[in-house]
Write a new protein. Structure first.
Length: 557
């Protein structure tokens, strides 16, 4: 019944577009952004005929997603480097309440905008290697080195080292391992990758006088006898912009030369940089760089890479990121990193991530087959401290997400719903007070402490409230829909979310703020807006909701 009702919605989504493994042969060109979603800090390698991409997802779990593609156009998440991080209860959203609400407990905070950053991916001696360092102080910020036989995993922790900011792992031709990090720093690692070689730490270049910002996001390759270090450069001099620069040398202990390899705006947004270059089996080269695009986050662009006088130069003949590129390989199946889900599988799809570590016994795909059950596990005061909030990226140019929720087993004080989730969130919430259920559309804004990222305040503005129990007394399930519009506008982007509900899956009614403005804030979440499904208790744990399906459509116009 649920699939029939959903198919009759006014959005007229095709059934095939809902399927998780929807595939069709495509020979269309690659349009930039290559991935119009939040996929920052990329590292890309090729092993055989497959490209592998890793990105930053910070406080989302599992973390360090690994995506794969045969053609640099169609990407699919194939695994994660870790399921959870456990260095601190911050990763669990535990003990994060204000002290006056949680007597005797320390307000340890969260990892919003922290957690996993800028993972480096390598393939060496028949194994995959990944290096990442959480953006934290003390032992929480120690660098992880993981390894696996397959990119899909399972991955295991190989070693922990001191903190290396925005680092890359590099293996020389003779197998000697190095770490390049920070603004022009490097060191040699022991052969077993478990320690830093004493006395090897040094600066290999000094930034120019007008480069007052950090040079970061280092990626290192070796090609035709040269070592190449690629970094983002923040330059504040007149006529200079954010750009990607390259340092090269033939001797790691010698002098490094410098060249600007990309200084380009794109698509009505500002200048872009940070990423890497990768070759194909045929010997062609491409550059993958990210660009800040407001509410959707930091998106990936693809550019041709031409070797000119021994330098990897990105962009078209004018040094600009092209709007369209010919496909590297035609006839590949169409895949996506954001997917619909009918929750019929026995395992949660790799397209999903939890906000912080999940409470494993508070969700289930087995208790009601074909549904995702989200159970309340502890009492919390707001959405930003709620455990087991399940997320996927939103995508441009426009996208729509729909959930169908059975709310008949909510308890007094429970809040469940669907959100365009970020530091500023547009939220559809079912609230149960006594036996009555209401539907609210609200605008919510979280304040975090600078050091611990503890939730210090949540401002909630209820824009519209509907007494669901009175208007629809027989309703036990509800359809909630969020439409996202990230098409560039006069001010650099619409970044608009609109909110809808239905009690029959056919007739939709818009509710609350029209064109709610989604924003990107590096001081809090430091990531693009997400679709988020949530359920939390404010009075007593034990209630639950069942999610029938998440249906997704991305529009390419």
């Amino acid at each position: 019944m649920k699939k029939i009702v959903l198919a009759l919605s006014i959005l007229a989504f095709s059934v095939s577009a809902w399927a998780d493994d929807y595939q069709t042969l495509k020979t269309e060109p690659i349009k930039n952004p290559m991935l119009w979603a939040d996929v920052p800090d990329p590292d890309v390698i090729r092993v055989g005929d497959t490209f592998y991409l890793v990105s930053t997802t910070m406080h989302l779990m599992p973390g360090a997603p690994v995506m794969a593609s045969k053609d640099l156009k169609n990407w699919k998440t194939v695994g994660y480097i870790f399921n959870r991080l456990t260095d601190s209860p911050k990763y669990d959203l535990s003990f994060s309440l204000p002290l006056d609400k949680q007597e005797g407990q320390k307000n340890v905070g969260t990892v919003y905008g922290r957690g996993q950053w800028a993972t480096s991916l390598k393939y060496h001696s028949g194994r995959f290697w990944a290096l990442l360092a959480p953006n934290e102080v003390g032992s929480m910020g120690d660098t992880y080195i993981f390894t696996a036989e397959k990119a899909e995993g399972p991955w295991t922790i190989h070693s922990r080292l001191r903190h290396f900011h925005d680092a890359t792992l590099f293996f020389d031709d003779d197998g000697t391992p190095y770490v390049f990090f920070g603004t022009g720093e490097m060191c040699q690692l022991s052969r077993d990758l478990k320690s830093v070689v004493e006395g090897s730490l040094r600066h290999y270049f000094q930034r120019e006088e007008d480069e007052r910002g950090l040079l970061e996001g280092t990626r290192v390759i070796k090609h035709n006898g040269y070592y190449y270090a690629l970094l983002i450069s923040h330059v504040y001099a007149p006529g200079r912009h954010r750009r990607e620069v390259c340092y090269r040398t033939k001797d790691l202990k010698g002098k490094w030369e410098k060249q600007v390899m990309l200084e380009s705006d794109f698509g009505g947004f500002s200048y872009l940089a940070q990423g890497t270059i990768v070759d194909t089996e045929d010997g062609d080269w491409y550059g993958i760089m990210f660009q800040d695009r407001g509410g959707v986050g930091r998106v990936l662009t693809l550019s041709p890479c031409r070797w000119i006088d021994g330098w990897p130069m990105l962009g078209d003949e004018n040094g600009k990121v092209p709007a369209v590129m010919r496909p590297y390989k035609s006839g590949q199946p169409e895949t996506s990193i954001v997917c619909s889900d009918d929750f019929s599988s026995s395992e949660l799809g790799l397209h999903w991530q939890w906000n912080h570590n999940p409470v494993d016994n508070a969700w289930s795909l087995a208790e009601r087959p074909g549904f995702l059950r989200l159970k309340t596990s502890r009492v919390v005061p707001n959405l930003y401290l709620a455990p087991n909030t399940l997320t996927q990226r939103m995508e441009g140019p426009t996208c729509s997400g729909i959930i169908c929720m059975d709310f008949s087993h909510m308890k007094d004080g429970d809040c469940a719903g669907f959100s365009a989730f970020n530091g500023d969130s547009g939220v559809l919430t079912l609230k149960k007070v006594g036996k009555a259920v209401s539907l609210e559309m609200s605008e919510q804004n979280v304040s975090l402490t600078n050091r611990e990222k503890a939730v210090s305040k949540v401002d909630e503005k209820v824009v519209k409230s509907i007494a669901l129990s009175k208007l629809f007394p027989k309703a036990k399930q509800i359809w909630l829909r969020i439409d996202g519009d990230f098409r560039p506008g006069q001010r650099g982007g619409n970044d608009a979310a609109n909110f809808f509900f239905s009690v029959d899956g056919e007739k939709w009614e818009q509710i609350g703020t029209e064109n709610y403005r989604m924003i990107f804030d590096y001081r809090r979440f430091f990531m693009g807006s997400k679709f988020a499904i949530f359920n939390y208790a404010t009075k007593k744990a034990g209630g639950y909701v069942d999610i029938d399906a998440f249906n997704y459509q991305r529009n390419d116009q």
